[in-house]
Design a protein around this ligand. Structure first.
Ligand code: HEM
Length: 541
């Protein structure tokens, strides 16, 4: 026993541990270096380049330097119509950044040439993070959302209105005397958005069930922890680390399924009875939510496999993942941007919210929401200046022999191609004073147009204004992606955030912030700023 201990002491010295760690990193890097897709010599790299030594330096420097590398690549190459390679960091693969001038080529490629779902599968570690590989390999839930969400949005507005006011008031209370300090991301958005999201996914009362929501959020956090874990773990070790990491997601799925499965089974049975002409179901109205949309779409398309209750329950997970943090980050960044702007901005937004809400019978309606140009602009401007990722569009090369880009670059099978966003969002060529948060950047012209006479309106180019709405994507606005795979949830997000911010402005007073709290960048993503908003119910409404 004693000699075992002395052996351990002899070998477990700090220098041996460090040596073992270094050997492990080097072996992993060498393996990753040889197994990664090959890049032609003609394509430039940012960071420390593509040599073995460069790869080692990129791995560590990438944590703090990624944002400036992206800017360098944009200035040196993208702006001149050239692609560049954004280096890998251990487990996160290198990506080829396609310039704006080639974006329509990239987005027009069919899915069997450049695939969105395969890129998402790789970036989100679909082998391990989503309980079943099928879930992301064949993303039927995305198809269901593309087909149904926007089409049903008008009908679900009253539900959303109910959920937003109920959840905001429950969280912030009705005390008109005491200021409440609250972090807009963790304290507010992350507590409200999951309920609103699940109102359209599974309906009430499940959307407010604490245990269901806690475990659903647990699942989304598993995926996010996976990002970090897989980034710091060399790719050759993913098959060992991945299944262990995947256990947490499986556990959280099992916990959520205790609630979602009975609901889904009941819905399948009810829909079945209605379709079979059961007289008891003659006047039964199907709930308007994802579960119904999914069942109806699968029946219409003959996808019997998608009528399996566990499959439907499973697909609710990636939808929660796609919705919750994205919306919460966008909403909290917008609040920080608005409340660190001049008081005139807040006043002007409040005036709009109150005017529209009152004009539509003190409720939110489709027409009312789409006439809220100022808040629409304030959110879009936040997506520009406070975006949470360096890039929002990713595609994977699926052709075995590779493809050739318009500039003549050969992109090998397996290459991830992407489009830079942060440097484009700050480009003076497209945005005047890009460093300034100008809440009404997109609404000023729109409001001027709306104030014109019918005769003068006829002389204006109305398409110009439509190009700058929150839900409009183009090659200069990428936070919802662009092209046929652009986010199908964006119409819902626009309604949800406008209602929520509108409700806050109408019913609550929020103290202005002295300055905009600054976020940090780690690797390719932003770590949001911690902040406290001071909020109190308004006395006069
Ligand atoms: C502010 C909130 C959100 C942001 C910033 C966002 C952003 C994005 C982005 C960048 C993409 C990739 C687009 C591309 O590759 O061209 C995407 C795809 C997607 N989003 Fe969102 N999203 C948000 C909210 C939502 C919500 C609420 C839902 C569902 C209810 C949703 C469902 C989806 C789906 C299903 C896809 C895959 C579309 C496809 O590949 O065809 N998203 N989203």
């Amino acid at each position: 026993m004693g000699s075992d201990e002395s052996l351990v002491q002899q070998y477990l010295t700090p220098s041996n541990i460090f040596g073992a760690f270094l050997t492990y990193i080097v072996i992993s890097l060498v393996a990753d270096f040889f197994f990664s897709p090959k890049y032609p010599t003609s394509i430039p790299w940012v960071g420390h380049g593509k040599s073995l030594f460069g790869t080692l330096r990129n791995t560590f420097a990438g944590f703090t330097q990624s944002k400036s590398w992206m800017q360098d690549g944009y200035d040196l190459y993208s702006k001149h119509g050239k692609a560049f390679v954004f280096p890998s960091m251990l487990g996160a693969t290198a990506q080829t950044m396609i310039p704006r001038s080639q974006m329509s080529w990239m987005l027009d490629q069919p899915d069997h040439v450049l695939s969105t779902s395969a890129a998402h599968y790789e970036v989100l570690h679909g082998d391990y993070s989503f309980v079943s590989k099928t879930c992301l390999k064949d993303p039927y839930h995305e198809h269901v959302v593309h087909k149904n969400l926007a089409r049903n949005l008008n009908a679900v507005i009253p539900d959303l209105d109910d959920e937003v006011s109920r959840d905001v008031d429950e969280l912030l209370g009705t005390d008109t005397e005491t200021w409440k300090k609250i972090d807009p991301l963790e304290g507010m958005m992350m507590r409200i958005i999951p309920k609103i999201t699940n109102r359209v996914l599974v309906g009430e009362p499940l959307c407010r069930n604490k245990d269901y929501l806690d475990n659903m959020l647990g699942f989304t956090m598993d995926v996010i922890r996976g990002f970090l874990l897989f980034t710091i773990t060399p790719q050759i070790l993913h098959p060992i680390v991945g299944p262990i990491h995947g256990l947490a997601a499986k556990y959280h799925y099992w916990r959520t399924s205790q609630y979602s499965l009975p609901l889904i089974k009941q819905r399948l049975s009810d829909i079945g009875k209605k379709d079979a002409g059961d007289p008891e179901f003659k006047n039964w109205k199907e709930p308007n939510d994802y579960v119904t949309w999914s069942i109806r779409t699968s029946i219409a398309e003959g996808r019997r496999d998608e009528l399996n209750p566990s499959m439907i329950a499973l697909r609710i997970l990636p939808l929660n993942f796609a919705s919750i943090h994205t919306t919460a980050l966008t909403g909290s960044a917008t609040l920080l941007d608005i409340f660190s702007s001049s008081p005139d901005v807040v006043q002007s937004l409040r005036e709009e919210a109150l005017r529209v809400y009152t004009a539509h019978g003190r409720k939110w309606t489709k027409t009312g929401l789409s006439s809220m140009y100022r808040i629409d602009s304030a959110i879009r401007e936040s997506q520009r200046i406070s975006a949470f990722s360096l890039s929002f569009i990713q595609r994977k090369v699926m052709v075995k022999e590779g493809i050739v880009s318009p500039e003549g670059v050969h992109l090998a099978y397996g290459t991830i191609v992407a489009a830079p966003w942060i440097p484009l969002a700050g480009d003076e060529q497209f945005y005047e004073t890009p460093e300034v948060y100008d809440a009404f950047r997109y609404s000023r012209e729109r409001e001027r147009y709306e104030g014109l006479s019918a005769e003068d309106k006829a002389k204006e180019d109305v398409l110009k204004f439509r190009q700058t709405g929150l839900v409009t994507t183009n090659d200069r606005h990428l936070p919802f992606g662009h092209g046929r795979h652009a986010c199908p949830g964006r119409f819902f997000v626009a309604h949800e955030l406008k209602m929520m911010i509108g409700h806050l402005l109408i019913h609550y007073d929020i103290k202005p912030l002295k300055e905009r709290p600054q976020p940090m960048w780690v690797g390719r993503n932003q770590v949001p700023a911690k902040a406290d908003l001071e909020i109190r119910r308004l006395k006069v409404e």
